[in-house]
Design a protein around this ligand. Sequence first.
Ligand code: ZN
Length: 141
Amino acid sequence: MDDMEQLYQEIILDHYKHPRNKSEIPKQDMQADEENPMCGDRIMLAVDVEGDVIRRIRFDGKGCAISQASASIMTEQLQGKTIAEASALIDEFVAMMRGEKSVTQSENEEWLSLSGVRKFPLRVKCATLSWRGMQKVLAAQ
Ligand code: ZN
C-alpha cells in the first residue's frame, strides 16, 4: 500500500468510526430509507431544507465501512448547498464512482478516498447508497 492509499483508508475509517451528522431519526422525520441487500447496508436520511438551501442532513444506518463513511462524507459536503448545487454534486459523485468520470478531475480528498471501490462493482453500490437516497429526497422537494 502506498502513502496515498494509506491516507485514503484513514479518511474512510475516520468517518466510519466517528460519523458526522449521525443520529437516531424519528419515523416522522425520515425522508429516505435505502437498502443495499447485497451487502446488508441501510441508510436513513432526514433533511431540513429552507427555501432552496439544505440546512441540515441527518443520517442513521448500519452496514459496511464504505457505506457508512460515504454517508458521513455526503452529509458534510451537501449541507449548506442549494438543491441545484447538491444535485449537481450527487450526479458528479455517482458518475465518478461508476468510472464515467475521471477522479483526477476532482481534488476532493474524500471522493478520492472512496474512489478505490470502483474496482469492485458491488462496493460501488455501498458508496453511492446514501447519495442516491439524497437524490430522491431532493427530487421530492
Ligand atoms: Zn456495503
